[in-house]
Design a protein around this ligand. Sequence first.
Ligand code: DOR
Ligand code: ZN
Length: 346
Amino acid sequence: MKTLTIRRPDDWHLHLRDGEVLSGVIEDTSRHFARAIIMPNLVPPVVTTADAAAYRERIMAAVPSGDRFQPLMTLYLTEGTDPQDVAAGKERGLITAVKLYPAGATTNSSSGVRNIDKAMPVLERMAEIGLPLCVHGEVTTAEVDIFDREAVFIETVLDPLRKRLPELKITMEHVTTKEGVDYIKNSSANLAGTITTHHLIINRNAILVGGIRPHYYCLPVAKREHHRLALRTAATSGDPRFFLGTDSAPHVDPLKECACGCAGIYTSPNTMSCLAHVFEEENALAQLEAFTSLSGPAWYGLPPNEERMTLVRRDEPLQFPKKRETGAGAITVFDPLFPLYWEVEA
Ligand code: DOR
Ligand code: ZN
C-alpha cells in the first residue's frame, strides 16, 4: 500500500460565500485545510476591516465543531480604500492581504479598480508595512480576447506596477498561462503565484468539446494544452514561488446551468485527491508538500502547520459525491474526468 504523509495543507485562494452556501461548503475545506485565504467578493464586498471582522465571525460560526480552521481575511481593494484602515487591519492581525479585482473582471467585481493611480496611496502603504497584494490578473478591455487577458495584464498592468513599486509583495493568483509562469520565474523578488487544482487538470477543451460544459467554466478561463503543461511543470518543480490556491468557487447549479452561467469551479471536496494524482503522474509526489503546505506559509511569513495529513493510494477508485447539497441548493463538485485513487485518511 502506498501512503504519503505531509504537513496539513492550506488553501491560499478560496471562495466561501456567505449564508446558506457558506454553511454548506465550509466543511469541505475545514476537513482538510488548516487555513485559507478568503476572497472578499461578496455582495456587497468586504471592503473595510470592520466588514472583514464581521465576515470572519460568520465563517467561524459555520465551522463544524471539532475542525480546527483559521480563515485568513482579505480586503477588496476599491478606489476609495482607506490606507489607515488597511494598516490598522494588519496591525490587529486581522488582514492577511488585499485583493485587486480589475473592475468587471469576474464574479462580483463591479466595485473593483478602474484606474490603478487612484489606489496608489493604499498600495504604497501596503509596501511600507509588508502587506501583500493578491491580484486577479486579467484586463477587462473589450478589445482583448478572453484567452489573452492574463498575458496582456502582465504587460500593461502588473509589470508597470512592479516597476513603480518594487517593494510591494504581489501574489499573482490563479496563473493560467505559460506567460504567467515565465513572468514569475524570471522575476527577481516580491512576486509569487498561486495555481488552482483544476487548471492543472483541464484545458479549454473541457469547456467546449462535445457540448458546452458550464461546470468547467471559470475565470481566468482554462487555456490551451501547452499552458496546462507549463502550470504542471511549475507546480511540481518545488520552486517556492508557486503554491496552491484552489480558487474553489461554489455556485448553486441553477446559476451555472443557464444562458449566462457564473464562472467558478467547486474543487474543495476532492482537491487533495486530485493533486496527489497529478503529482504522481508527474513523478513528483515528493514535491506535493512544498506546493500545498510549505511554500504558501513561507511566502505569507507564517509557520507551516504542525499537524500532518496522510494520503493513501487505494486499489479501487474513490466515490466522491457528485454534488454538495446546501440550504441554498446543490453545487456540482469538480469531476476531473479520471478515477481518483488517493484518499485523505480520516
Ligand atoms: O471562476 C471564478 N470564480 N473566478 C473568479 O475570479 C471569481 C470566482 C467566483 O467568485 O465565483
Ligand atoms: Zn477566485
